[in-house]
Write a protein that binds this ligand. Structure first.
Ligand code: BGC
Length: 808
């Protein structure tokens, strides 16, 4: 395949950075191999390797190397062709049954087959294919797909391993002197039945270069330096006081005890802790000086490579808050830093800095963010289960950081909390004394308004123009959705939508999906009406569930006429993989590559990064998101934003704001949580991302938050984003929210309510949105009213973005 120069450069960059996303969970020294040789390659992911998950985040990459191809290219002789062929047959049959089953269920339930099938995981078939590949070395690639629209299930073949997988993996471990279990997964799987395996690598789903990177890692041409960003525990160990997967209501009763915040507070057994990852070498990490600098706590640590190969280590700083007004998790990640490459024997001293105000908790009874009086213990380590206490920051008195307003009402029962704090005897530690004086002169952002120039522009527009600007560019086709993914008539083929372009001086902004790269059609034709996508434009796995008429509508429906143009985009590692690098610079480089491709293909806004928290390992979109920890999620989102937005006129859209932590009935599901959990975890990801990366857009989520749709939540949109955080970017809805009327007990989204609450743009736009806004503006809506001043202000944010994007 002859690649364009930019494609080659981008793929080379991915191949160089992706290995640091891989996490080595177990190692007995058999890897890396000294040279390629005969290799027995097994497992569902050997040939059916996944580059990423399914849904809107699936990238139409033309270049992709499976594990089998990557290993062959690297010079391995695969001795298991028969096994791989036999597996193909079993899989094809299982897939056929799976699609039939979904269609049958859809018929029985009177629902659309796509809604049931989108993101659903095909159960792995059972089989007994002999493991007779020759050679001393074997690799088993376990794969798990997940995607938008469906949650994962706690069953064999999804979150758990099947009997066949367990049998084959354990047998390989016995039969072959050098055996590596490779996990080509986007989220946690329960590894408890195969823990005895000597070498386990979370390769994850690394985009276009997945197969090549596997070969590089096995041969030691690259080394893994990733760390888990989720706790990996057995299925029955996850906290069960909250609910997950209910159609109507999801109760976040675990409060702030999510992920390691829970596991470490109750001392539950985990298989591999948060922050854990081995290397091909070994390290010694020695905590160094600790000091206070105003409100900042500054910690040094020196890492030495004590092994025989090069590698990189991640130093992690956790803080335990004292119980007082509130209970607190045993510890929370406060900062982290990855070393550069350390040659054997080499050392590096890293400095980690925490602003004390970032350790604040939220007391809903007083509506304040505050710091407890008492001892905050600082711990340095290389996973949440391997930390050393190094100092105490002693808060001499309670500090109220900021008086806020409660946004969300109260859930009917209080959050779960441990009966008591973890008791431990601490060694004598240096004490850093902190008092109110350290917090004097704290400043908070001023509320964000559109610029005067944008408001003046808005004032000059007609009512008609203002109403049109609040809705994405659409035409009145069937169900008003002809502007959706992959249809013709757009400026960029395969883009997800555009803003309204009918106002002189305001060009339409083009939006394309992500987050694992830019999602566009690979080929298109162009005529006076616009561009026409050619070939596959739907995310993988969608087409088989759609009736032929819908398929026709989603593509141009005609044979391509005229010259073909190409838009080849690079599939980058999925979100959860990127975060495993624990190196935001890696994410920034990926953002930079996407930004360059946006410039090349004329995309203004990227519908990424996706930064929701991994509340449960079963959320179907966890692969797009980063972590169970809000600091990591926010910092990686910010790094992506910086990478993309360094390209003038290009913007990111951080999504899905907020509490979109499950896919089951995502349009009408109500996340019920306490104000404290909302602010300390679920808003925190966004707060960090907006503060550190200044993304230009935010996408609201479909779900409700304590009974109000996130898209129409004045507290979340106007109070938090605009007033508390002083963020002045564009707020838009998630896609076709108006038409997602699944059955359930909660009401549907209303566009008039959404604009009233502070949402600026209904995407991708439809007649229904339009009607809802017009009737509210004309005083004919039973829902709400919209004044001209409200429309002007709302349009002001969009106008600012268009000015910025177009350099006007
Ligand atoms: C997804 C978004 C995506 C949008 C546009 C929605 O279904 O939730 O993440 O950006 O579609 O494709």
């Amino acid at each position: 395949m002859k690649l364009y120069t930019y494609e080659k450069e981008h793929l080379d960059a991915m191949r160089a950075l992706a290995p640091e996303c891989a996490v080595l969970l177990k190692s007995n020294g058999a890897f890396p191999l000294s040279a390629p040789g005969r290799l027995a390659l097994y497992g569902p992911g050997a040939r059916h390797t996944l580059k990423g998950g399914t849904g809107s985040g699936d990238v139409n990459s033309r270049f992709f190397l499976t594990a089998e191809q990557g290993l062959k290219n690297a010079g391995f002789t695969i001795t298991t062709g028969d096994w791989l062929d036999a597996y193909d047959d079993r899989r094809e049959e299982a897939h056929r049954r799976f699609v039939e089953d979904i269609k049958r269920q859809a018929k029985e339930q009177h629902v659309n087959a796509l809604m049931l099938g989108m993101g659903a995981v095909m159960p792995e078939p059972a089989y007994g294919i002999p493991l007779n590949g020759e050679g001393d070395t074997a690799v088993y690639v376990l794969s798990r797909v997940c995607g938008e629209g469906n949650d994962r299930r706690d069953i064999p073949g999804d979150f758990r391993l099947t009997e066949t997988e367990i049998h084959d993996i354990l047998l390989c471990n016995e039969l072959y002197p050098s055996f590596m279990l490779v996990l080509n997964v986007g989220a946690v799987v329960d590894l408890s039945p195969v823990l005895e395996v000597g070498n386990i690598l979370v390769l994850s789903q690394l985009g276009a270069v997945t197969g090549a990177v596997l070969a590089d890692l096995l041969l030691g041409n690259a080394y893994p330096s990733g760390k888990l960003t989720d706790t990996w525990a057995a299925a029955d160990r996850y906290p069960a006081m909250g609910t997950f997967g209910d159609r109507d209501d999801t109760l976040y009763r675990e409060g702030v005890y999510v992920g390691y915040r829970y596991f470490d507070s109750v001392g539950a057994d985990v298989l591999f802790p948060f922050g854990f990852g081995l290397a091909y070498t070994s390290f010694e990490t020695k905590p160094g000086a600790v000091r206070k600098d105003g409100r900042s706590l500054v910690v040094e640590a020196t890492v030495t490579n004590t092994g025989a190969r090069p590698g990189r280590e991640v130093v992690q700083l956790y803080v335990s808050a004292p119980w007082g007004v509130l209970d607190h998790p045993y510890q929370s990640l406060a900062a982290f830093r990855k070393t550069g490459e350390l040659a054997p024997g080499a050392s590096e001293t890293v400095t980690l800095t925490v602003d004390f105000t970032d350790l604040a908790s939220y007391d809903a009874a007083r509506a304040v963010s505050f710091l407890e009086k008492g001892d905050y213990v600082l711990r340095v380590g290389t996973s949440s289960r391997d930390t050393t206490p190094i100092a105490v920051a002693r808060m001499e008195e309670e500090i109220v950081i900021r008086r806020l307003t409660n946004l969300c009402g109260k859930p009917d029962t209080p959050d779960w909390k441990p009966a008591s704090p973890v008791t431990e005897t601490l060694p004598d530690l240096p004490v850093l004394s902190c008092s109110a004086a350290d917090f004097e002169g704290m400043e908070f952002p001023a509320p964000a308004e559109p610029s005067e120039r944008a408001l003046a522009f808005a004032k000059g527009l007609t009512d008609e123009q203002l109403l049109s600007l609040a809705v994405g560019a659409h035409s009145s086709g069937i169900a008003g959705i002809t502007s959706v993914i992959g249809s013709s008539g757009q400026k960029v083929a395969g883009a997800a939508g555009e803003t309204y372009g009918g106002v002189p001086g305001l060009r339409a902004l083009v939006m394309a999906d992500g987050p694992a790269g830019l999602r566009l059609s690979k080929a298109y034709t162009k005529d006076a009406k616009g561009v026409h996508a050619v070939g596959d434009t739907l995310p993988a796995g969608f087409a088989e569930f759609l009736p032929p008429i819908a398929l026709k509508l989603m593509s141009s429906g005609k044979q391509p006429k005229g010259t073909l143009h190409y838009q080849y985009c690079t599939a980058i590692p999925i979100g959860s993989a990127l975060a495993q690098s624990w190196n935001p610079e890696t994410a920034r480089i990926c953002g930079d590559i996407v930004g360059a491709e946006m410039e090349r293909f004329g995309v203004d806004l990227w519908l990424a990064p996706a930064i929701n928290l991994h509340r449960s390992p079963l959320c179907g979109r966890n692969f797009e998101y980063y972590s169970e920890d809000p600091l990591i999620s926010g910092l990686f989102g910010a790094a992506i934003a910086r990478g993309v937005q360094a390209h003038p006129g290009r913007s990111v859209t951080v999504k899905h704001y907020c509490c979109n932590n499950q896919e089951t009935n995502r349009y009408q599901n109500n996340s019920i949580l306490s104000e404290r959990a909302l602010r300390e975890l679920y808003l925190r990801c966004f707060e960090v991302c907006l503060r550190e990366g200044n993304p230009h857009c935010v996408m609201t989520s479909y779900n409700l938050v304590n009974g109000v749709h996130a898209s129409e939540h004045a507290g979340l949109l106007t109070t938090v984003l605009r007033k508390e955080w002083g963020w002045g970017g564009l707020i838009m809805t998630d896609w076709v929210v108006y038409m997602m009327k699944s059955r359930g007990k909660h009401r549907f989204h209303s566009s008039a309510f959404a604009v009233k609450a502070g949402n600026n743009l209904m995407m991708p736009g439809s007649d229904t949105d339009d009607k809802s806004l017009r009737s509210a503006f004309r005083g004919k809506s039973r829902e709400t009213s919209l004044s001209r001043a409200e429309l002007e202000r709302s349009a002001g944010y969009l106008i600012d973005l268009v000015f910025e994007s177009t350099g006007a």
